[in-house]
Write a protein that binds this ligand. Structure first.
Ligand SMILES: *[C@@H]1O[C@H](CO)[C@@H](O)[C@H](O)[C@H]1NC(C)=O
Ligand SMILES: *[C@@H]1O[C@H](CO)[C@@H](O)[C@H](O)[C@H]1NC(C)=O
Ligand SMILES: *[C@@H]1O[C@H](CO)[C@@H](O)[C@H](O)[C@H]1NC(C)=O
Ligand SMILES: *[C@@H]1O[C@H](CO)[C@@H](O)[C@H](O)[C@H]1NC(C)=O
Ligand SMILES: *[C@@H]1O[C@H](CO)[C@@H](O)[C@H](O)[C@H]1NC(C)=O
Ligand SMILES: *[C@@H]1O[C@H](CO)[C@@H](O)[C@H](O)[C@H]1NC(C)=O
Ligand SMILES: *[C@@H]1O[C@H](CO)[C@@H](O)[C@H](O)[C@H]1NC(C)=O
Length: 367
């Protein structure tokens, strides 16, 4: 009797565990494909062969990455790298080199120094602007249409893919706030400039939608006035450059309005979410553990904020928020990606997190 009761209990415990495992499995396997757009925070090799100063394909970049310096602007994995792992996909190849990779699983089009506007970042050399990244995605689509058996089959495939876009920081740091190179701050005030960016971004996202994209995760701008290179350039002794953070928050407020608009315009078939960088950095308690919040781990070149080639980086990389003058460490990227993917705090993403974005059905993704 007693044994039987225990067995019963064990049975229910095992059943509960099996259900939990099955649920987790479904949650983790929610898409077959992942397309990435953006700047150096997401680049994984697209700038390696471009004539530009915005390159990071030399040591100590990649010191903690399995294959070393690949053209990722950090010591290890980027946020998209972590998201790929959570989704159950391999690392997504850069558009610049998809040799040996299955582009049906995804392509990364992101390019360091790039922005929403074509001219952004060009004082450093070439970059692949958002419009050019969308053109490159069209090239990928053209190659998969015959593999999938036609345009309709391809659209059916793409509607389930995750489209991740993190762009806009350089339109401020490598355009608006460099008046010696760019006229934008003479032409527009911050409200007007954010309107120019958002209207171009809206056009770009609608172009991706027209090409078949249906599930969008858009990353809002972080506190770009607090990165070490900006603090050093502005000669701020403690704290952040407030004007630049204000600019980012004006953009972010308008991004939220854009997302509401897109979700309403495409309510029948699409879903757009915001990954709220400000909320994640200010509210995730895991960030409190980082000892050094305002200095870079590697020694940087003053003019670019990038690591000095072959320099020895700090040893305690998990204690630093910043790897170089602009980019976060792998440790930060992991926490950020988890917060975006399936953290429970509803402030981190709006209106859904990435796991829910992916598990919703493509024909009616608004919940
Ligand atoms: C998603 O959330 C669950 C429950 O909080 C957690 O066990 C799991 O590790 C998370 N998955 C990822 C990829 O973070
Ligand atoms: C392109 O990618 C393949 C597979 O990852 C790699 O073996 C090769 O070295 C890369 N080529 C260049 C020029 O980076
Ligand atoms: C920018 O100019 C417009 C029109 O003059 C004005 O309404 C707006 O408040 C200004 N924005 C900022 C941030 O100064
Ligand atoms: C995009 O930005 C440019 C300024 O670079 C502006 O002239 C143009 O009107 C914007 N395009 C859209 C569709 O808003
Ligand atoms: C930076 O600020 C300090 C005082 O806050 C001042 O002494 C120094 O001259 C400034 N340096 C530059 C390059 O402006
Ligand atoms: C960095 O933060 C430390 C501790 O909060 C502070 O003492 C230091 O002045 C800051 N440095 C800069 C350059 O902001
Ligand atoms: C991001 O989160 C902050 C803090 O919770 C909030 O004030 C802001 O409105 C949010 N921004 C967006 C674009 O959702």
């Amino acid at each position: 009797m007693e044994i039987r009761r225990i067995n019963n209990k064990l049975f229910w415990m095992l059943l509960a565990a099996a259900v939990a495992a099955a649920t987790n499995y479904v949650e983790a396997q929610t898409t077959d494909c992942f397309y990435v757009f953006g700047d150096s925070l997401s680049d994984d090799g697209n700038n390696n062969l471009l004539p530009t100063l915005a390159k990071y394909n030399y040591p100590p970049y990649g010191v903690d990455f399995p294959s070393g310096a690949t053209g990722r602007a950090t010591n290890g994995r980027t946020v998209p790298d972590y998201l790929s792992q959570f989704i159950g996909l391999p690392f997504i190849p850069p558009f610049a080199n998809t040799t040996g990779s299955d582009v049906l699983k995804g392509v990364d089009y992101a390019s360091g120094a790039a922005g929403i506007l074509f001219e952004t970042g060009k004082q450093m050399g070439d970059d692949i602007s958002m419009d050019a990244q969308i053109t490159n995605h069209g090239v990928t689509i053209a190659t998969v249409i015959p593999k999938l058996g036609g345009v309709e089959a391809t659209k059916n495939y793409l509607k389930k893919c995750l489209y991740y876009v993190n762009i806009g920081s350089n339109d401020y740091l490598n355009n608006y706030f460099l008046p010696q190179y760019y006229p934008s701050s003479h032409i527009y005030n911050l409200t007007q400039f954010a309107d120019v960016l958002i209207s171009n971004y809206s056009r770009q996202l609608r172009a991706l939608h027209a090409a078949g994209a249906r599930k969008f995760a858009l990353v809002s701008l972080g506190s770009i006035g607090c990165v070490p290179a900006v603090i050093i350039a502005a000669n701020v002794s403690n704290g952040c450059v407030q004007d630049i953070n204000t600019a980012a928050s004006i953009f972010n407020d308008k991004l939220r309005v854009l997302v509401d608009q897109l979700n309403s315009d495409f309510s029948a078939d699409s879903s757009f979410i915001i990954v709220n960088s400000t909320a994640i950095f200010s509210l995730n308690p895991n960030f409190l553990g980082f000892k050094i919040q305002n200095a870079s781990c590697c020694k940087t070149v003053a003019s670019t904020g990038l690591c000095v080639a072959n320099g020895t980086p700090c040893e305690d990389r998990n204690e630093y928020v910043f790897w170089d003058g602009f980019h976060t460490t792998e440790a930060v990227n992991e926490i950020f990606a988890e917060s975006a993917y399936n953290a429970s705090n509803p402030d981190f993403t709006y209106p859904n997190n990435i796991a829910r974005l992916l598990s919703s059905s493509p024909s009616n993704t608004n919940e």
